[in-house]
Design a protein around this ligand. Structure first.
Ligand code: G6P
Length: 372
């Protein structure tokens, strides 16, 4: 078993460290020499993909957060209205679906019953179904019109880590492919984004090199009862995933909030010493989101919060407002979740380890939920 864990104390830690590879493998072989995306395996008639007017992403758990990240990218690149819904909610609300709806399911295992049922239902209603899946030949891809496999390799630890980054990567490929097919982006733009994406495995590796800094903080927080996570834009699903990891692994109450929502409720939770982990957007991004999130950090800090910040390298502006800053390499705003998620995974892993919990087999959870 030690060999299977690649020398790491747990599958979870191995899988977190496998992430540069999981992303690289998922990108591999999906472009030709000229930087044109060639998703040959996606066997849907291009004319059908050109005619779709709506995308619905269906998933559960961590995979649903990958879907939420995907929505920002797909809508921005393809200008196709995109919704993300939990599979079990979608299926039972009489959703509006037709032949021009593309239903993208995301499932690591390909066996999650709720997602399978939702895909079946969407198919019956005439939707075009594409599965993003990490398990070759599993049920959801078999029942879908087409599949785009993530190549993260087998994920053993119950809580998902490397599959999440691979799923996000695959949704970017799908979004860029649709944009290419439908002419929403110039080929040069697609090439630039793919080139940026190709650099992310090395950047994830750099985040992993700084793991000890995150681990030290996590160990010092082993007695914490509750942690809040804030993020905005793509940082919002990252915040929710960070909170989910902490619940799953360390059994600590944790919530992820949209930073803009803070003043509409969550700020009432802030009291002296409350840890708040904030995912800060790049200061180079548009729409001055950076300044807005920095002001959120100031607001919670003024009320006694202990602020822990994930920010882009070179962003010195956050230092004066934070007890701890973890820096991630520069990348474009839409791709940042591939980097910002990693310190949050390490944080949950180490905090759970400090509490003596089995990080590979958290209580009450199953790797794949095959009942409705
Ligand atoms: C379970 C696992 C999660 C996973 C979710 C969805 O709850 O514990 O880690 O995110 O199922 O699984 P799927 O295989 O459909 O991605």
């Amino acid at each position: 078993a030690a060999a299977e864990k690649g020398g790491y104390p747990s599958f979870m830690e191995k899988e977190i460290n496998d992430q540069p590879d999981a992303v690289a493998q998922t990108l591999l072989g999906r472009t030709n020499g000229e930087g044109v995306l060639t998703l040959d395996e996606l066997r849907v008639d291009p004319s059908v993909l050109k005619s779709i007017n709506r995308i619905i992403v269906l998933a559960c758990g961590t995979s649903a957060y990958a879907g939420q990240v995907a929505r920002y990218a797909i809508e921005h690149w393809c200008r196709i209205p995109t919704e993300v819904e939990l599979s079990h909610e979608f299926r039972y609300r009489d959703p509006i679906v037709d032949e021009r709806t593309l239903v993208v399911s995301i499932s690591q295992s390909g066996e999650t019953m709720d997602t399978l049922m939702a895909v079946r239902y969407a198919k019956e209603q005439g939707a075009v179904t594409v599965s993003i899946c990490n398990t070759n030949g599993s049920t959801i891809p078999r029942e879908s019109d087409a599949v785009l496999y993530t190549h993260a390799g087998p994920e053993i630890a119950v809580a998902s880590t490397k599959a999440f980054l691979a799923q996000i990567t695959a949704t970017y490929l799908l979004g860029l492919y649709l944009a290419q097919l439908r002419g929403n982006l110039f080929q040069g733009q697609i090439k630039d984004i793919l080139a940026e994406l190709a650099k992310t495995p090395a950047k994830i590796a750099r985040v992993l090199e700084n793991a000890e800094q995150v681990k030290e903080l996590a160990r010092s927080m082993a007695e914490t009862r509750t942690v809040l996570f804030l993020g905005r834009h793509v940082g919002y699903p990252v915040a929710m995933e960070g909170a989910l990891k902490l619940k799953e692994l360390a059994y600590i109450h944790a919530e992820g909030f949209a930073a803009g929502e803070l003043k509409h409720g969550p700020i009432a939770l802030i009291e002296e010493g409350q840890p708040v982990i904030v995912v800060v957007p790049s200061p180079r991004g548009r729409d001055s989101l950076h300044a807005k999130v920095v002001s959120n950090i100031q607001e919670v800090r003024a009320r006694g919060a202990k602020t822990i910040v994930i920010a882009e390298e070179g962003d010195e502006s956050v230092r004066e407002h934070a007890e701890h800053v973890f820096y991630i390499p520069e990348t474009s705003t839409l791709l940042a979740p591939l980097l910002a998620t990693v310190p949050l995974q390490i944080f949950a892993l180490e905090l759970a380890t400090a509490k003596g919990y089995d990080v590979d087999q958290p209580r009450n959870l199953a790797k794949s939920v095959t009942v409705e």
